[in-house]
Design a protein around this ligand. Structure first.
Ligand code: GLC
Length: 570
C-alpha cells in the first residue's frame, strides 16, 4: 500500500447514514455455517466458530453477515430442509450460542441476517410428520399440497411438474391410516428434493407461523432476513393442474402456474408489517430468480420485502458493454422500486466466480455442469486469468451504489473445488439427476484458515474434503501479504466506506469499447479495462491518486492493464 494513501479503518466509518438505512450500501458477507469455522473441533463449522472469527470479519471491513440455514436439519439440501424454524442445529450450537454470536457481531458493528426458508419445510418437520399420519383431506394435510394421483388407481403424479434438482416434483406416500392404510396413497408436491415438501401458503396457519418465526429471530436481535425462493410460495393449484414440463417462467404477468404470482406480494406485505414492528425496521432481501421485467422490482418495494437479489451480473459474460447495460438497468429498477440495488458474483449455489471467469468465454451454466462432471478438466481453464478477472469484476462492483453480497472464501481467491471425490458429494442434484450433474458442493468446501494444520483450521476431517491446493489459499498465507487477494479485499472494503456516501453514479464515456468508466458524485472514479491488452488511461486522470487496483497498484500514468479495475480518489 502506498504510504501517500492508507485505507480508512472500519472505525473511521463516517456513520453518515441514518440507522434504518444501513442496508442500502452495505457489504454483506455470506456465511455457509457448516463450512466457515469450526470451534468445537469436529470438522463441522458451527456458530461458536463464527463468533471466534468476528475479529477476522471486522478486519475484512464488511457491514453485515448473512448466515445460510443453521436450523435443525437432516441436510438433504444443505440445511435448506428445515426441521424446526425456531431452533439451532445441535451440531452447530445452541440458541445461547446464537445469542452470543449476535452480541459479538453487534459489538463489532456487524449486522446479522438470517435465512428464512418459507417455500418448503423438511419432511422431518412436525407438521409433515403429522400430515403423513393423518388422513387425506385432514387439516394436517392442508398445510402442504397433497393430491390424489391421476390414472385409474392414482398411480400417476398429479401433474408433469419437474423438481429443480431433477426428477418429478411429486412423491407418492404410503397411507398410514383409514381403510387404505399400508397402501400407496396421495402424492405431495416438492419443487426441490423429496425431503422438502412445499408448504401451502393459502393456509392461514402457515402464514401465521412464519410471522411467529420472523418475530422469534427479530426478538433475538437479528437485523434482517434473506428470503429463500421468495417467488415460489403461491401456486395455482386449481384442478386440473396446468401442464408445466419446464421450470422456466413462461408468462410474466403474474399468472404463471408456479412462480412470481401476484399473490406472493400479499404475503410479503404482511411480512413487512411484522418487520416494521421493530426499530429500526428489520430488512429483508428476496431471493427471486425472476428475469428482468417490470415485475422483479415488486419484491424490492418498501411495502414489500424492501430489497431483492438480481443475478444479472453473475450470469453475464465479462464484457464492458454487458456490465454497463446491466448496471444501468438495475440502478433504474432500484430507483423505481425505492430500494437500492444488490450485486453478487458468488454464493452457495453457483460455481465460484474465479473459476467461471477462468473458463473460455461462452461457457454457460450447462457447460459449467459438464466442466464439473469432467472434474474441472474439460474445457481447460486458465486459473490465473480467472482470478484476475474475478478481482477486476469485484472491484468494479464494490464501487457501485447499492449492496454488495460477498460469499465466504472469495476474499481468499478460492476457486471451485471441481474435482471433489464423487463419493463425497452431498448435493441432492447429484442424486436426483442420476449422477449426471454434480451440483453445488464444489463451492461449499470448508474454508482454509491455517496452512500448517492437517485440516487447515478445522478440528477434524471436514464434511467435504479440502483439495490439496486449498492450503495455498489459507488465511495465514495471505494475511499481511501485499498483493494477496485477502489484502486486496480488505483494502477495497475499507476505501468503499469513503466512496459510498451518495447513491448516484455517472457514466463517463470511454473512448475504448473494452473500458467501463463511472464516476461517483463525490469525485471517485472507477475504471475497468475488460480487454486483455492495456487501455489508455483517459486524459485528466491522475495515476498518482490510484488507491486500489485489482491487479496491484502501478503508477503508469498512461495505461490501465488488461482485465483490471482501478479506483481513483478525488
Ligand atoms: C435456494 C437456495 C438453495 C436451495 C433452494 C431450496 O435457491 O439458495 O441453496 O437449494 O433454495 O431451498
Amino acid at each position: 500500500m502506498d504510504s501517500q494513501f492508507s485505507p480508512p479503518r472500519p472505525a473511521d466509518d463516517p456513520g453518515a447514514r441514518p440507522r434504518a438505512d444501513w442496508w442500502r450500501q452495505a457489504a454483506v458477507y455470506q456465511i455457509y455455517p457448516r463450512s466457515f469455522a469450526d470451534a468445537t473441533g469436529d470438522g463441522l463449522g458451527d456458530l461458536p466458530g463464527v463468533t471466534s472469527r468476528m475479529g477476522y470479519l471486522s478486519e475484512l471491513g464488511i457491514d453485515a453477515i448473512w448466515l445460510s440455514p443453521f436450523y435443525p436439519s437432516a441436510l438433504a439440501d444443505g440445511g435448506y430442509d428445515v426441521d424446526d424454524y425456531r431452533n439451532v442445529d445441535p451440531r452447530l450450537g445452541t440458541l445461547e450460542d446464537f445469542d452470543a454470536m449476535v452480541a459479538a457481531a453487534h459489538a463489532a458493528n456487524i449486522k446479522v441476517i438470517a435465512d428464512v426458508v418459507p417455500n418448503h419445510s423438511s419432511n422431518r418437520h412436525e407438521w409433515f410428520t403429522a400430515a403423513l399420519a393423518a388422513a387425506p383431506g385432514s387439516p394436517e394435510r392442508a398445510r402442504y399440497h397433497f393430491l390424489d394421483g391421476l390414472g385409474e388407481n392414482g398411480e400417476l403424479p398429479p401433474s408433469d411438474w419437474p423438481s429443480h434438482f431433477g426428477g418429478p416434483a411429486w412423491t407418492r406416500i404410503t397411507e398410514s391410516t383409514g381403510e387404505n392404510a399400508g397402501a400407496p396413497g396421495q402424492w405431495y408436491l416438492h419443487l426441490f428434493a423429496s425431503e422438502q415438501p412445499d408448504l401451502n401458503w393459502d393456509n392461514p396457519e402457515v402464514r401465521e407461523d412464519f410471522h411467529t418465526t420472523l418475530r422469534f429471530w427479530a426478538d433475538r436481535g437479528v437485523d434482517g432476513f434473506r428470503v429463500d425462493v421468495a417467488h415460489a410460495l403461491v401456486k395455482d393449484m386449481s384442478l386440473p393442474l396446468r401442464s408445466k414440463p419446464s421450470l422456466e417462467i413462461t408468462v410474466d404477468d403474474g399468472t404463471d402456474a408456479l412462480f412470481d404470482r401476484d399473490e406472493v406480494h400479499e404475503i410479503f406485505a404482511g411480512w413487512r408489517s411484522v418487520l416494521n414492528e421493530y426499530d429500526p425496521p428489520r430488512i429483508a432481501v428476496a431471493e427471486a430468480w425472476v428475469p428482468f421485467t417490470h415485475r422483479r422490482l415488486l419484491y424490492a418495494r418498501p411495502t414489500g420485502l424492501g430489497q431483492a437479489f438480481n443475478f444479472d451480473l453473475l450470469q453475464a459474460p465479462f464484457a464492458a458493454g454487458e456490465f454497463r447495460n446491466i448496471v444501468a438497468r438495475c440502478l433504474s429498477e432500484a430507483e423505481t422500486s425505492g430500494a437500492s440495488s444488490t450485486w453478487v458474483f458468488s454464493n452457495h449455489d453457483v460455481v465460484r466466480h474465479a473459476s467461471r471467469y477462468s473458463l473460455p468465454d461462452g461457457t454457460d451454466a450447462a457447460a459449467q455442469d459438464a466442466w464439473l462432471l469432467s472434474g474441472g478438466r474439460e474445457p481447460a481453464g486458465d486459473p490465473e486469468r480467472g482470478l484476475r478477472r474475478a478481482r477486476a469484476a469485484t472491484l468494479f462492483m464494490l464501487g457501485l451504489p447499492g449492496s454488495a453480497y460477498l460469499y465466504q472464501g472469495e476474499e481468499l481467491g478460492l476457486f471451485e473445488a471441481a474435482d471433489l471425490p464423487l463419493e463425497s458429494l452431498q448435493d441432492p442434484t447429484w442424486f436426483r439427476t442420476g449422477r449426471k450433474a454434480k451440483g453445488r458442493d464444489g463451492c461449499r468446501v470448508p474454508l482454509p484458515w491455517n496452512s500448517t494444520e492437517e485440516h487447515l483450521g478445522f478440528g477434524g476431517s471436514p464434511w467435504l474434503p479440502q483439495p490439496g491446493w486449498f492450503a495455498t489459499h489459507a488465511v495465514d498465507t495471505q494475511d499481511g501479504v501485499a498483493g494477496s487477494t485477502l489484502e486486496f479485499y480488505r483494502s477495497a472494503l475499507a476505501w468503499r466506506r469513503k466512496l459510498q456516501t451518495t447513491e448516484a453514479l455517472q457514466w463517463v464515456s470511454a473512448p475504448d469499447a473494452t473500458l467501463a468508466h463511472y464516476r461517483r458524485p463525490n469525485g471517485w472514479e472507477v475504471l475497468t479495462n475488460f480487454g486483455t491488452t492495456p487501455a489508455d488511461l483517459p486524459a485528466g486522470l491522475d495515476a498518482a491518486r490510484i488507491v486500489v487496483a485489482s491487479g496491484g497498484i502501478t503508477r503508469d500514468p498512461a495505461h490501465i492493464p488488461g482485465e483490471t479495475t482501478l479506483w481513483i480518489a478525488p
